[in-house]
Design a protein around this ligand. Structure first.
Ligand code: ADP
Ligand code: ASP
Ligand code: MG
Length: 876
């Protein structure tokens, strides 16, 4: 039904992908959006649609001659009929003819030889079906929509160098401005039109296909031909991200990109936008947007010619299925025309080459499967041809991992961690594009798994990806999905706590301050885990007497690793029963074991040699045994305490020998302990340990207690999720139910005290050097060594200027004469930061003071314990 008001012929093109057209409520969104865009902008609307999701895959199998093609066609028919039922439309009336056309393709005379033109007809059916359904539904909703056959308006280019496959199934179209075309298109009666993506008209009148994912490109062609106001790509993610968000949940939304960067990100693997879709819009000056059909209110990504140029890596992308062809020839550079001969052979087989690496005797090139038909037949024929002039090796499947961003060459010095990461894999080819927009590494596909999240993190950490640039980088995928369980407000930011800390800082600094309410709150949270029978605090994390006394009051025992720690316990809690003390030393002198055993303290041993060589120390005693379950875990290599390279624990291979040595001197093994590392994030980790220990305990027969160690993490950095204590407790309850005979013991350190403590320091100097601004602090690695030792993260705040909104990045360093005396790089602090300001290092209550030293003959920090400043915040 034609619209009553004359419509403007300014167009907006909206493209909806497979998932966006597969459900009724999404078609409602399509209708609403189209109407809204038309009204708001006084525009006409062209909607371009993909096939229902998964349909093109089925059609590809049919075009490839799958044996069960008839069944696949029947299933496709069924799927579309069911969808029409969901839309409350009459299937035969709306789709009868199209379904018949689909069935007829199976009996078409060309089907037997699967000619390319027949394959194109088959592939195009998905979009013909979905667009026909869509128009029927939108009209039924009272909207003024007309159906357009895209093949009538998009003509495939004939490029003589292309292979016949590409000339039919991976075509491009002409978008040169053509007023007649535009007038004719605008002459269609309806204000809003709906057409198919993916298909165009071949010069012979048949169908030509734009390549997998090519509906984006259809929209771009129409946008360019119409000189549209904009082209909006509506899909199942709210924009283009700094990595595939389904693989890298911390990937950041790229809110604004220029055409060239977007092109590079798309070309190098970000499936969200078809690589050929950008150039037509760029040439015609049409802005593009990427938006989420399910969440249309989100701002998405805008791609246009006016985006600010921000240097740095914007994205890391990945292409799988890359084939490398390596060609060896002796002294080939001396031969005039060698490369011409090589490339002539690629041309002959219709193969377009992507990356190139060369040396004096080798040329290696990559073939991208999205641009080529690279099947085994083609590769065999190519290899045979190339073998006439060189030795050929085909390396596949490979993955190309690409860093994309402006000014790649000037970033190389920031990429040392990235190079190191690839150093561990087998890199077949490295290529740096001549437009300075990308750096690509080609490695075996099998080596690439799991790499992208790490690479992405390293890029942000190193500053190569300027994730703080709010003009480009938006929220992370995880944040958008609300999957970030934010850590609570930090206790020290409450006004009363801040005042108290500032007044304490007037005394000498550096100074640790612990909030006892936080310690108690964590202790109570752990005590609420009913599966655990007994809890010990690992006092090596923090042995401040007041904290130890508070934890004893909360019912915790104390776990020590040295005679010094034992004596601290005797001193602060002289009446503590000895069964509430554990002694778990590592490579300690013989006398320390004797000292502990004589006082009736529970000792944990982790090697057989001690039993064999010091029988007099252990004879007749009850001991716990620490085993090594063969692997380590934790926040840093240096805190992993299991596996061959770790000094801790008895390997299971030596268990029988240990038990025999124990029997020989009448030692009874009553406890079994394992601790694989620290700051482990998965709640599953302890389940697994408890389960393994339970199994071993059953074998040993004398075990009463299972000690699953500590290692519970805390959220040091903003993006870290708080540990899921409830899930942890549930897991342990299940294990406890499986092994009810054993007492379950834990011995956390960090979890109880880390968040309670802050380190206060004064700013010594603020210095600018070659573009880097540094803030010096009177605390250094001698005060808090975790950053230098473990690359640990501590939030840094300028407590004197906490409310300053004007901030900039500073490197925060200490006063020690070591290059590693750095707390953090590019930390946002008040721009006005100056000598004498009070700096605060957060979450320093564990492994802070206890590791402090006199290095450089600087003093030890002071310590205070406070209470009653944080109120409810302590509960975190
Ligand atoms: P449509 O069917 O709507 O065309 P696609 O599946 O072709 O959607 O593209 C969207 C998908 O692209 C996302 O679901 C996501 O998995 C993938 N993707 C890959 N890289 C990126 C990236 N850098 N940013 C956003 N999405 C990406
Ligand atoms: N339906 C086609 C495909 O799956 C085109 C597209 O969705 O962009 O490749
Ligand atoms: Mg797509």
């Amino acid at each position: 039904m034609p619209s009553a008001t004359p419509a403007s012929d300014r167009w907006i093109v909206l493209k909806f992908g497979g998932t966006s057209v597969s459900r009724r409520h999404r078609w409602n969104t399509i209708g609403t959006l189209a109407k809204k865009r038309a009204d708001e902008n006084e525009a006409r609307i062209l909607v371009v649609v993909s096939a229902l999701s998964g349909v093109t895959n089925e059609l590809t199998a049919i075009a490839d001659g799958a044996a069960d093609s008839a069944e696949r066609v029947a299933t496709l028919e069924q799927r579309h009929r069911e969808f029409l039922a969901e839309l409350e439309l009459d299937a035969d009336a709306v789709l009868g003819d199209r379904l018949a056309a689909l069935r007829n393709l199976l009996t078409d005379p060309r089907a037997a030889s699967r000619t390319l033109d027949w394959q194109a007809e088959v592939l195009g059916q998905g979009e013909l079906l979905s667009s026909t359904i869509g128009v029927a539904y939108l009209r039924a909703q009272g909207l003024d929509f007309g159906w357009v056959d895209a093949r009538h308006w998009l003509q495939a280019n004939f490029l003589p160098n292309q292979s016949p496959w590409a000339q039919r199934l991976s075509v491009s179209c002409n978008t040169a401005p053509d007023q007649d075309w535009r007038r004719a298109f605008a002459g269609q009666a309806n204000r809003m039109l709906l057409t198919q993506g993916f298909i165009s008209r071949h010069a012979d009148g048949g169908t030509a296909i734009l390549g997998r994912g090519g509906s984006d490109t259809s929209a771009a062609y129409f946008g360019a031909l119409l000189g549209a106001q904009r082209v909006e790509i509506w899909t199942d993610v709210p924009g283009m991200f700094s990595a595939n968000p389904r693989e890298v949940p911390d990937a950041r939304l790229l809110t604004r990109l220029d055409y060239y960067e977007a092109q590079e990100i798309a070309t190098t693997g970000a499936k969200v936008l078809h690589p050929r879709s950008i150039k037509p819009c760029r040439d015609a000056g049409v802005a593009m947007a990427i938006l989420d059909t399910e969440r249309p209110e989100l701002p998405g990504t805008t791609i246009d010619g006016t985006a600010l140029t921000v240097p740095g890596v914007k994205a890391v992308s990945r292409r799988n299925g890359i084939v490398l062809v390596s060609m060896e020839g002796i002294g080939m550079w001396q031969q005039v025309g060698f490369l011409a001969d090589v490339f002539a052979r690629f041309k002959k087989h219709g193969l377009s080459v992507d990356l190139i690496g060369s040396s004096e005797t080798n040329v290696t090139v990559s073939l991208d499967p999205s641009e080529n038909l690279v099947n085994t037949d083609v590769l065999a024929a190519l290899s045979a041809d190339l073998a006439e002039i060189c030795r050929v090796k085909v390396i596949a499947p490979c993955t190309a991992i690409t860093l994309v961003g402006r000014g790649m060459r000037s970033l190389l010095h920031k990429l040392s961690d990235v190079w190191a990461m690839f150093g561990r894999e087998r890199v077949h080819l490295i290529s740096q594009s001549s437009n300075d927009l990308n750096l690509t590494f080609v490695i075996d596909e099998a080596d690439a798994d799991g790499m992208l999240p790490l690479l992405h993190e390293a890029l942000i950490e190193s500053g190569a990806m300027p994730a703080d640039e709010a003009s480009v980088f938006g929220p992370s995928w995880r944040e958008i999905n609300g999957a970030v369980r934010h850590r609570g407000v930090r206790w020290w930011s409450a006004p009363s706590a801040r005042d108290r800390l500032l007044s304490l800082a007037q005394g000498e600094t550096p100074r640790y301050v612990y909030d006892l309410d936080v310690v108690r709150a964590r202790a109570r949270a752990l005590a609420a885990i009913t599966a655990v029978d007994r809890r010990f605090f690992a006092i090596k994390a923090n042995s401040h007497p007041t904290i130890l006394r508070a934890l004893v009051e909360e019912g915790f025992g104390l776990e020590c690793v040295s005679r010094g720690e034992l004596e601290r316990v005797f001193e602060i809690a002289p009446s503590l029963p000895m069964e509430r003390v554990l002694f778990t030393p590592s490579f300690a002198p013989r006398a320390e074991y004797a000292f502990a055993l004589e006082r009736g303290i529970n000792v944990t041993l982790d090697n057989v040699e001690a039993l064999q060589q010091w029988p007099e120390v252990f004879r007749g005693r009850r001991l716990w045994l620490r085993v090594d379950l063969g692997r380590g875990d934790g926040h840093h290599d240096k805190v992993k305490t299991g596996g061959k390279s770790s000094k801790f624990g008895l390997p299971l291979a030596k268990l029988d020998e240990f038990l025999a040595a124990a029997r020989a001197i009448d030692v009874r093994i009553t406890g079994l302990h394992a601790h694989l590392g620290s700051g482990v994030e998965s709640a599953q980790h302890w389940n697994q340990i408890a389960d393994e220990l339970g199994g071993l305990a059953d074998q040993i027969g004398t075990i009463e207690t299972i000690d699953i160690g500590g290692g519970l993490p805390i959220p040091y950095a903003e993006g870290d999720e708080p540990f899921d204590l409830a899930a942890w407790g549930e897991g342990l309850a299940a294990i406890k139910a499986a092994y009810p005979a054993y007492q379950l013991v834990i011995e956390p350190g960090r979890y109880l005290v880390a968040e309670s403590g802050v380190l206060l320091a004064h700013v010594t100097q603020v210095v600018e050097k070659l573009g880097i601004r540094r803030v010096g602090s009177d605390a250094g690695m001698h005060t808090l060594i975790r950053p230098a030792l473990y690359d640990a993260w501590h939030d840094v705040a300028n407590l004197s200027r906490l409310d300053d909104t004007e901030q900039e990045p500073f490197d925060v360093v200490g006063p020690i004469c070591e290059s590693s005396d750095i707390f953090g790089k590019r930390r946002k602090l008040a721009s006005a930061t100056a000598e004498g300001d009070v700096l605060l290092f957060s979450d320093a209550g564990a492994y802070g003071f206890v590791m402090a030293s006199h290095y450089n003959l600087r003093g030890l920090p002071a310590e205070d314990v406070i209470e009653g400043v944080s109120g409810d915040v302590a509960a975190g």
